[in-house]
Design a protein. Sequence first.
Length: 359
Amino acid sequence: MVYKRLFLLLILLLLLVAVSACQSATSPQPATDPAQPAVPTAVAETQSAGATQLVVYSGRNENLVGPLLEQFQAETGINIEVRYGDTAEMAATILEEGQNSPADVYFGQDAGALGALQGAGRFQTLPQDILDLVDPRFRSEEGAWVGVSGRARVFVYNINTVAEDEIPPSIWDLTEPEWQGRVGWAPTNGSFQAFVTALRVLEGEDRAREWLEAMIANGVQVYTGNTQIVEAVGRGEIDLGITNHYYLFRFLAENPNFPVVNYYPASGGAESMINVAGVGILNTARNTEAALTFVRYLLSDTAEQYFADQTNEYPLAGDVTTNPLLTPLAEINTPEINLSNLADLEGTLQLLQDVGALD
């Protein structure tokens, strides 16, 4: 799986360079009149006179977003065709298809792929009324894409073996001798790789390498994914894991007494990052008006509540009720980072291989 992902990201990088060279003199064009309504009301009326077919390339799993997209179609009367796949694969496909891509909308799992398409000039500029629905931290600085839901990086720890005041505020503290062999990570996981990319952006290549090597030297335990990390912490196999916030809630739903808690690092570094799933409209979209309706729908209370209920992700727009155990987004000390700059996942994979974190 690692090699497949590396291959896809290499294709994405090469296509990005080629497309950027061809389009260096091209500026993204505004999508439409920003006076459109911010929520999908009376949509059928606006669509009745125009095209009603929308093509979405989705890097989000069909089991998760499929029901929501069916609901969008039922409520708006817009026929939607969805092509599902790996987030990087879908982005690479759009670049490979070029001006002939049938996609109107790209719905990506992380900001890195969104940033890659933005860098290639493949997105339209979204209207300001859409951009204003989301905090500037969680959208493209150039207005090319907007975040829909967020996931926080956290430390999960076992409350039976570690006291809260023992949890360090920074990933760098985990390289100290007292944490030797007690920490778990999942280097093949896409969210971990996005975190390492953020570390490279914020602290530089050398510092990122230094941290990775120090963690390996300190006996970090390797797992295949975030679920396995949380399970291991719950068993007491390790005391702390580096993961995303919402995995714990899956265990708590089955067992409210599961002895694991999320800890939000206070450092404000890469370990405090909020990554996003987000959406952008292609500059070759054939149905821009329908695409705008779709983006507004994803940022409506209906859709944001869906993500809050189904995955415990952070809603990024609207008035939404979240899990009471979820630390409010405003209380998380996030780093100052342009999420579009997380595009160099290929460089991260190479670094992880160089230090021995990946085979």
